[in-house]
Design a protein around this ligand. Structure first.
Ligand SMILES: Nc1ncnc2c1ncn2[C@@H]1O[C@H](COP(=O)(O)OP(=O)(O)OP(=O)(O)O)[C@@H](O)[C@H]1O
Ligand SMILES: [Mg+2]
Length: 352
């Protein structure tokens, strides 16, 4: 599902660099294309330039320079992933026309189609295939189902300015929410096409859930819960600093099992509510949950989520289809880090 807000690419490129500007952690991947095959040549994980506020273009520019240096990549064109809280992703029924015309129409009349005004936003549209067994369209203007993405114009121009400061060109900017879906389609094509699954990406302040049924995106939601709540809850419960709690959570969660376990319950409840909504509305059952994001690096957290949700939960590796040709140290670590790279890998597939 390609859905860049800004796409000035045109030609297929053989070097793809995508930076996922997460709230807490920046993740970047450098992919090389050979024909239809991709290889993961390098990745980078860095602390975000600031937490709790929007970085200025100058600060972000310096940060992107560091990211590009640590990837040791010569390519100057990069793709950027916009976080779930800074972008909008909806499905809508629109009159059948070119994606370019849809973008223009939404710019002026978004409320008619998205039930809400989105002033000063940039839109992009991805036309979806008709639903299996869908009723014949009524007479009149033919319509189609469209995945619509949007982000504030100001954010996009700030990010482009930041890339320029870093000596780069951000010619592709896409919603991060679509990342797990794209990566999953490549990593598990059979499950993607046949099963009903939920993809959960646990972030820092928020998490996302995408429900897929036989290749169709049925539901996308952003939930106000992430790794930050686990660390601050642990710090409060144990009377220790945030940094100490973070160290324990990441390094030895088994030692604090009884304190950490109840902190995961609210995330389980939020996810359960979204899954219940889908299951009741569609009369279908989610069979498996695939978990990504920084917190999915912890098997302990994923296992506790499974206990709470009573649906098999798995951490998954989005780089399996990328034939990694990483330097030795990264090769040794990639299996452990991979769940955190999901959004970057998936957006790379959208902009490739
Ligand atoms: N091994 C680990 N065990 C548990 N938690 C971990 C581990 N490694 C990282 N985390 C947690 O992952 C979180 C960061 O995850 P991630 O990088 O997916 O967030 P983000 O992309 O920056 O946030 P968002 O998607 O909300 O913008 C932090 O809260 C961190 O504590
Ligand atoms: Mg994230």
């Amino acid at each position: 599902m390609a859905l860049p807000f800004l796409s000035r690419g045109g030609k297929m490129r053989d070097q793809i660099v995508v930076v996922d500007l997460g709230t807490r952690t920046t993740k970047a991947v450098y992919l090389q294309r050979r024909g239809d095959d991709y290889t993961l040549a390098r990745y980078a994980i860095l602390d975000a330039p600031v937490v709790d506020k929007t970085p200025s273009p100058d600060l972000l520019g310096e940060h992107l320079k560091k990211v590009s240096e640590s990837l040791e990549v010569k390519a100057k064109r990069i793709g950027l992933a916009v976080g779930a809280n800074d972008s909008v992703l909806r499905t809508a029924e629109l009159p059948l026309m070119s994606a370019q015309d849809m973008r223009l129409m939404l710019k002026f009349t978004s409320k008619n189609y998205l039930q809400q005004d989105f002033p000063d936003h940039v839109f992009d549209c991805h036309i979806l295939p008709p639903r299996q067994g869908a009723a014949e369209p009524a007479k009149g203007t033919p319509r189609c189902r469209v995945l619509v993405g949007a982000a504030r114009k100001q954010l996009l121009s700030d990010w482009q300015a930041a890339a320029k400061i870093a000596g780069l060109t951000a010619d592709q900017i896409a919603p991060g929410l679509i990342g797990p879906v794209n990566a999953f389609e490549r990593a598990h094509p059979d499950i993607f096409l046949k099963e009903i699954v939920a993809l959960v990406d646990i972030g820092f302040k928020s998490s996302t859930i995408n429900v897929l049924a036989a290749g169709e995106l049925m539901l996308s939601r952003v939930l106000p819960f992430g790794g930050d709540k686990l660390t601050s809850g642990l710090a409060d419960a144990m009377g220790i600093s945030y940094a100490e709690a973070e160290g324990i959570k990441v390094g030895m969660p088994q030692e604090v099992e009884s304190t950490l376990q109840p902190l995961i319950v609210p995330l389980g409840r939020e996810l359960r509510a979204s899954i219940d909504f889908f299951e009741h509305q569609q009369d279908k059952v989610v069979g498996q949950i695939f978990v990504s994001g920084g917190s999915a690096r912890s098997e302990f957290i994923v296992q506790n989520l499974q206990t709470e949700l009573m649906v098999p939960c798995k951490r998954w590796n989005p780089v399996t289809f990328l034939n990694p040709t990483l330097p030795p140290q990264q090769m040794g670590e990639v299996e452990q880090i991979a769940p955190q790279l999901t959004v970057a890998v998936g957006v790379a597939m959208a902009v490739a």
